[in-house]
Write a protein that binds this ligand. Structure first.
Ligand code: RUQ
Ligand code: CUA
Ligand code: CA
Length: 609
């Protein structure tokens, strides 16, 4: 009997393997062709959407074209990046902000695009740094971080959301509870705050205290409420005590009520920010009991409902955004984390434990119809976030959904014990979901938002506008500004630096003010200086200023790091560091330019000290 079973199993396994060979792990040849066609963007053609994925512990934002899944840019935010000359050197404004607010690394989770009338307008993107309680803003005309601020009075800046429909504030949630007065000796239970940040000045306008901790955020579409999940309503300080209650909460903050209370001077100012206490301001804070250690919270595109994902409960909780009452609590599967929408009445919830995306119909679930689950699709593996195109706006496109999976396991060639993260693009245009493609990323995207190329690309600048201190072609100079200080005002254009050499003396501080005077998009020039720890990249129109020590006497070639023309390799020049006791005065560049004949070997003009 036992032998028969063994044979049966062997035959079944062999048949399954043979079948898998033919159709390729459950996908038929024609299904593959259809999927490939859907993500194929021919060379020279452009993607339909920009996807902005948070870079997690990479501290950055990944920009991916959809549907091709091609990485088109990484925007460094909370981490220096030599490739873009971002925050690498002293004096760089973002570097100074990073150092002043917590350090040269970060953990980005939730990109949030600016909205006008509830749809993405392509002006800005905000991104949090969970670890150091920071918020950064990225300009979308230049794809550059332009401001980084610290959020006082909270730790673990986790969920963020734009207050719809017109980006009145950016909401920032404090995940890690703190002693309310900041004193470790205070025996009272820890609490946290939700911060409301003015989007353009990036000033923290006010905060609202919530019992427990505050995880993920969204806002109602009419600007009335911010919603935050609270998974530690127990106010426990260890794992066991954080999972005691069957229900934690969604905290709903009435934003106009908060503004009124602030205007009436009801905030208790701490570290420069007024904090509102719930009990002192009736109606300000409503705690809606939802099961158990909820995670994601997402408002439906029509603004009617807010959906909290149960995480430790196999349910999602549907709450009416006007009455703040629970209207249904349908089961969706194991480990629900986040929910997104297609604009056709369907919700898509990520199931971490089941490794699935579940599609369910919102109205059917509310009515208690037995067939509210529409479809399920397996993802690879253990999905965290998911986002449909426009899913967090009032106008979802209903075409693509991105699954942001935590583990890639066997999906890519092994690259050591640590594997890339796996993002999967799913077609949601039909009744059934269809897996289209996957692509790896560095660690570790948590969330994504998409914007149509037709909205954003016309806003993207060709070149940087000249800064106030930009050097114009023809006005280059080398000036001694002190006994041990020289300023070099330099321009760069294909394929030369002007000046192409200059002299300084050992012991000098050399300030380089560099302008890339190109007027053509993508004509980047680098400026690397050997043995001086100096590497900059200047996009067209950009100006950078940096001061370095002249270093040991010698000839140092500065050179272009970005291949820019057939003469790219020749695009280099010399910093000649004369010995301390050299009597050679530092040539004056303007005088040198008037000298007829080759510039090399210009006589000293006595412009030195
Ligand atoms: S959180 S999936 Cu910031 Cu859900 Cu990561
Ligand atoms: Cu400029 Cu290469
Ligand atoms: Ca709990």
């Amino acid at each position: 009997m036992k032998r028969h079973y063994t044979i049966l199993i062997l035959v079944t396994v062999a048949a399954t393997i043979a079948l898998m060979r033919v159709v390729g792990c459950g996908t038929s040849r024609s299904a593959r062709a259809v999927a490939a066609e859907k993500v194929y963007v021919a060379p020279g053609e452009l993607d339909k959407y920009y996807a902005f994925l948070s870079g997690g512990q990479s501290g950055s934002v990944f920009v991916v074209g959809i549907p091709s899944c091609r990485l088109i840019r990484e925007i460094p935010v909370f981490e220096p990046r030599a490739a873009y000359g971002y925050a690498v050197h002293e004096g760089d404004p973002r570097r100074e902000e990073l150092i002043a607010t917590g350090g040269l690394w970060g953990d980005t989770h939730h990109p949030a695009l600016s909205e006008t009338h509830g749809v993405y307008d392509g002006r800005y993107l905000w991104i949090n740094d969970l670890s150091n309680a920071r918020l950064a803003r990225v300009r979308l005309d230049t794809f550059e971080a332009d401001k980084i601020v610290k959020i006082p009075n909270l730790q673990g800046a986790h969920g963020i959301a734009v207050v719809s429909p017109d980006t009145k504030y950016i909401v920032v949630n404090g995940e890690f509870e703190q002693p309310t007065d900041g004193m470790v000796t205070n025996p009272a239970p820890y609490t946290s705050v939700v911060a409301f940040v003015e989007p353009f000045t990036m000033e923290v306008k006010f905060e609202v205290r919530v019992p427990g901790n505050i995880d993920i955020a969204d806002t109602s579409k009419d600007g009335r409420y911010s919603f935050s999940t609270v998974y530690n309503l127990e106010q426990g300080k260890d794992l066991a005590s954080m999972i005691q209650f069957d229900r934690d909460a969604v905290a709903a903050i009435d934003i106009p009520a908060a503004e009124k209370a602030i205007a009436a001077g009801k905030g208790h100012v701490r570290n420069g920010v007024p904090i509102l206490e719930g009990p002192e301001n009736p109606g300000l804070l409503t705690m809606i009991a939802v099961p158990k250690n909820p995670h994601g919270v997402n408002v439906t595109p029509d603004g009617k409902y807010v959906i909290a994902s149960g995480k430790l409960s196999p349910t999602v909780t549907i709450i009416d955004t006007k009455t703040l009452k629970i209207v249904a609590e349908p089961e969706v599967g194991l480990g629900p984390l986040h929910t997104t929408f297609d604009g056709r009445g369907n919700a898509y919830t990520s199931l971490f434990i089941d490794s699935q995306v579940v599609k369910w119909n919102i109205e059917k679930a509310i009515k208690g119809a037995p067939d509210y689950i529409v479809d399920r699709i397996n993802v690879h593996y253990n999905i965290g976030h998911l986002q449909a195109v426009g899913g967090a706006s009032m106008k979802p496109a209903g075409d693509y959904l991105l699954a942001l999976n935590k583990l890639s396991k066997d999906q890519y060639l092994p690259v050591g014990p640590d594997m890339p993260e796996d993002q999967e693009l799913i077609d949601i245009s039909g009744e059934k979901m269809k897996m289209l493609a996957s692509f790896p990323t560095p660690p570790e995207p948590h969330d994504a938002e998409f914007i149509a190329a037709s909205v954003l690309s016309p806003k993207v600048k060709q070149v940087f506008e000249p800064a106030k201190d930009a050097i114009a072609a023809g006005s280059e100079s080398v000036v001694r500004t002190g006994p041990h200080a020289v300023t070099v005002n330099m321009t760069m254009i294909r394929s030369a630096y002007t000046p192409d050499h200059f002299d300084v003396r050992e012991g000098d501080q050399v300030t380089l003010r560099l302008t890339n005077v190109e007027t053509v998009r993508d004509m980047i020039h680098g400026f690397a200086l050997p043995d001086h720890d100096l590497n900059l990249a200047l996009p067209p129109g950009a100006t950078r200023t940096i001061t370095v020590d002249a270093g040991k006497p010698g000839v140092y070639w500065y050179y272009c790091t970005n291949f820019c023309s057939a003469l790219h390799l020749e695009m280099r020049g010399r910093m000649i560091v004369q010995p301390k006791d050299s009597t050679i005065a530092i040539p004056d560049w303007k005088a040198a330019q008037n000298v007829k004949g080759p510039v090399a070997g210009v006589p000293s003009t006595g412009a030195g000290q």
